[in-house]
Design a protein around this ligand. Structure first.
Ligand code: TYC
Length: 121
């Protein structure tokens, strides 16, 4: 997918900016295309290791909350177990926030200390 450079002038030859005929700069169309291509800022949801949450529970969380297939969920869980933290997924702000809350709520219900934070990607 090609990004549109918002600084680049778009010409349609209509003379819409008063420059007359061929080579006119159409600022209205440029603004519209700029809106279309803008993407929301993304946030990493990061799982933190601890000594008490069972590995199987973390794998289940990755499958249910982050929609990871079993093999990938296992790989992420082991990465977090060995490295102290790891990325469960990258999402726009509100989705990341909801997933952090869901993990916290599931951990609370099962009385595990599993923690999860978000950070700008
Ligand atoms: N370290 C935990 C154990 O040995 C497993 C674990 C993995 C916990 C990932 C949290 O985010 C985590 N049972």
């Amino acid at each position: 997918m090609r990004r549109i450079d918002p600084r680049a002038a778009i010409e349609d030859g209509s003379g819409a900016n008063g420059k007359g005929g061929q080579g006119g700069i159409v600022t209205e169309r440029r603004a519209k295309e700029q809106t279309k291509t803008r993407r929301p800022p993304l946030y990493k949801v990061i799982l933190l290791n601890d000594d008490y949450t069972p590995m199987e529970f973390v794998v289940d969380v990755l499958k249910v909350v982050f929609h990871k297939p079993h093999a990938e969920a296992t790989r992420i869980m082991l990465y977090v177990h060995q490295n102290g933290m790891g990325v469960a997924g990258v999402y726009p702000y509100e989705i990341a926030e909801t997933r952090v809350r869901t993990v916290e709520e599931l951990a609370r219900q099962h009385e595990y200390p599993l923690k999860c934070v978000m950070e700008k990607a």
